[in-house]
Design a protein around this ligand. Structure first.
Ligand SMILES: [Cu+2]
Length: 372
């Protein structure tokens, strides 16, 4: 008798899976990589940190390329995604939505251990948009429950890039269930403004935007499920309608607002990295700007300057550099305001410091209308 997992895999192989399997057959074996030179490189093991924070890192690299080791463990788990307690059967890397950000420098080698614990229901893998070949690594990293795999790729292009799960036939489901993250590949000499001027950030905020598709029962109430397998068919039906029930930052409505607001000071130079693995979005900092914006990552390109709103294509991550000039609470939103206000795509940044009257002042407080 087929288990639920085998049944799902069977469905998968008949559809988009066939196309992907054909592509996989054409991928070279990992053994063809000349490993001798890589063996002599220094190695660094990095412990990943849950968003909106990132692991310690250098902005300007000291020394030459190295092999940077990361580990991601797939966690399939129920997560609460709004203030009403709606619980979604999520699939995650390391238990966070989005998955942790990895930061390396151009020319470094990323060496990832991907672990799929035996207690999981699903096979998983990883497609790095920063990597070259083999479906971004997806063809070399397919792990069933109870398996692990190690992938190495060279970070040859700078920028911010999405990574996500991409198992045959189930790609969108795994992605909109939480399996995406970001890798940032910095130039070895750090970020530049396009005129050769160094840009050094004081803080980095990592904001992952996700669209969720939670089925409702006959009374319109969001449903929860005991297993991923049980949630599959009804979730797919909602996904095919292309109208998300939730559009959130960092996995949950309110994950970065109120008491969870991000914090900065006037004068802080902040790099906001925004990823969306599935759907277009348009970040906007209300009351602020994007001083220097790499909409598509690609730090080798000069950043756009002085943007009011920027565009992050579905399946990419972008970075905006901003120096805060006024104190107060800033809302950072997806400026489809329905998605921001009704579906959840809002964060707050609380900025401390001295108010600058020259930039803005309330000349007279609200009061009765007077004759002009
Ligand atoms: Cu997966």
């Amino acid at each position: 008798m087929l288990t639920r997992r085998e049944a799902l895999l069977g469905t998968a192989a008949g559809t988009a899976g066939a196309v992907l399997l054909a592509a996989m057959a054409a991928t070279p074996a990992l053994a063809q990589v000349p490993a001798a030179d890589i063996k002599s490189l220094p190695r660094q093991k990095v412990n990943l940190v849950a968003p909106p924070f990132v692991h310690e890192h250098e902005q300007v690299a000291t020394g030459g390329p190295k092999v940077v080791e990361f580990q991601l463990t797939v966690k399939e788990q129920p997560v609460v995604i709004d203030r009403e307690g709606t619980t979604m059967r999520a699939m995650t890397y390391n238990g966070s939505i989005p998955a942790p950000m990895m930061i390396v420098h151009e020319g470094d080698y990323v060496e990832l251990t991907l672990v799929n614990p035996e207690t999981n229901e699903m096979p998983h893998n990883i497609d790095f948009h920063a990597a070259t070949g083999a479906l971004g690594g997806g063809a070399l990293t397919h792990v069933n429950p109870g398996e692990q795999v190690v992938l190495r790729f060279k970070a040859t292009r700078t920028g911010t890039f999405v990574y996500h799960c991409a198992p045959e036939g189930m790609i969108p489901w795994h992605v909109v269930s939480g399996m995406s993250g970001t890798i940032m590949v910095l130039p070895r000499d750090g970020l530049k403004d396009g005129n050769g001027k160094q840009l050094t950030y004081d803080k980095l905020f990592y904001i992952g935007e996700n669209d969720f598709y939670v089925p409702r029962d006959e009374n319109g109430k969001y449903k929860s499920y005991e297993t991923l397998g049980e949630s599959y068919e009804e979730t797919l039906n909602v996904m095919r309608g292309l109208i998300p029930t939730h559009v959130v930052f960092n996995g949950k409505v309110g994950a970065l607002t109120g008491d969870n607001a991000l914090k900065a000071k006037v004068g802080d130079k902040v790099l906001i990295v925004h990823s969306q693995a599935n759907r277009d979005t348009r970040p906007h900092l209300i009351g602020g700007h994007g001083d220097h914006v790499w909409e598509q990552g690609k730090f080798s390109n000069a950043p756009a300057k002085d943007l009011e709103t920027w565009f992050i294509r579905g399946g990419s991550a972008g970075a905006a550099f901003y120096t805060f000039l006024q104190p107060g609470v800033y809302a950072y939103v997806n400026h489809n305001l329905i998605e921001a206000a009704e579906l959840g795509a809002t964060a707050h940044i609380m900025v401390e410091g001295e108010w600058n009257d020259d930039l803005m002042a309330q000349v007279s407080a609200p009061g009765p209308i007077r004759a002009i």
